[in-house]
Design a protein. Sequence first.
Length: 201
Amino acid sequence: MRDPNSIALPGVIPVKIDVSDPASVSAAEAHCGDVTLLINNAGIARVNAGALDPALIDSAREIFETNFYGVIRVSQSFAPVLSANGGGAIINVLSDATWFARPMLTAYSAAKSAAWGFTNALRIELRESGTQVLALHVGFMATDLTKGLEIEKSDPRQVAAHALEALEDGREEVLADEQSNVVKRSLSTEQAYDLKPPAMA
Ligand SMILES: NC(=O)c1ccc[n+]([C@@H]2O[C@H](COP(=O)([O-])OP(=O)(O)OC[C@H]3O[C@@H](n4cnc5c(N)ncnc54)[C@H](OP(=O)(O)O)[C@@H]3O)[C@@H](O)[C@H]2O)c1
């Protein structure tokens, strides 16, 4: 969140952070020495004409800066803080797009797949310091990002509740809605979702 003034919740101390800016991430880390739970939620999406869109490379660079390099940057910065505070946990907010690329979201999907790979490596590495790393996958949610999209969306409050429940259960991956379950379950079948998506997907 880049504008702390946009948050007015009792008991919450907003801290400015731009995950695409190393100096901003370091400054946030310096302010937050008591962190025990890091949620890499910051994310952007850009719609392209498809995989052959000449603008795709520029979009991909922009998206990767936040959705992939941002996750790496913030995780690397806060991992020592979590470790110093007893281990704690990281939740990386991913997507059903981790395993299924809609052409108009080619770059977004690629960035989520990349972030999933990073999450899996991070999990193994941070076991040593007792930091639990949870990947949260979810299909469309009703947030600002999807405003105006006429499609079924889940309630982000329920998604957050599922994620926290999974964290408390010591899990490492949570599929927070039916869509992400359907996509992941299909991967080992001949009709895998990424190979033969339903017409409306
Ligand atoms: N909505 C969906 O259908 C859906 C589905 C699956 C996964 N996700 C994932 O869920 C996460 C949250 O998305 P959302 O749906 O809540 O989107 P959103 O309503 O657009 O919110 C995105 C949030 O990310 C922050 N952000 C973006 N770039 C940032 C940066 N460089 N540094 C710091 N903060 C930054 C934004 O803060 P600013 O106020 O600074 O812009 C905003 O708070 C994302 O990772 C997204 O990919 C969303």
